[in-house]
Write a protein that binds this ligand. Structure first.
Ligand code: SF4
Ligand code: SF4
Length: 77
C-alpha cells in the first residue's frame, strides 16, 4: 500500500496538495507547525493510490511518497 509522509515543518499551508489529491487523502491540520502555519496531514492514508501528485505540486517539497517499496524522495531537492 502506498505511504505518504509530510514533513510538517516544511509545509507553508498553501493547500495545493489537499486540493489536488484525487483521493481526498489529505487535509489541513487544525494545529500549527514550527513556522506558524496549518500543515497538511494524510488523514485517509488507506485511500492513497500512490499517484504522487501531492508531492509533485508541493512548492516546498514537503511530501514523500512510497509506492511498491520505492521511496520517492523530493525532500532533497
Ligand atoms: S500520492 Fe496521490 S492519492 Fe496519495 S496522497 Fe498523494 S495525491 Fe493523494
Ligand atoms: S502543497 Fe506542500 S506546502 Fe502546500 S499545504 Fe501541501 S505540504 Fe504544505
Amino acid at each position: 500500500m502506498p505511504r505518504v509522509r509530510i514533513d510538517r515543518d516544511r509545509c507553508k499551508g498553501c493547500g495545493l496538495c489537499v486540493n489536488n489529491c484525487p483521493q481526498s487523502v489529505l487535509e489541513m491540520s487544525k494545529e500549527i507547525n514550527a513556522k506558524g502555519y496549518f500543515y497538511s496531514s494524510p488523514v485517509r492514508q488507506h485511500h492513497c493510490i500512490g499517484c504522487r501528485i501531492c508531492a509533485i505540486v508541493c512548492p516546498d517539497v514537503a511530501i514523500e511518497v512510497a509506492v511498491n517499496g520505492i521511496q520517492y524522495h523530493y525532500f532533497a531537492y
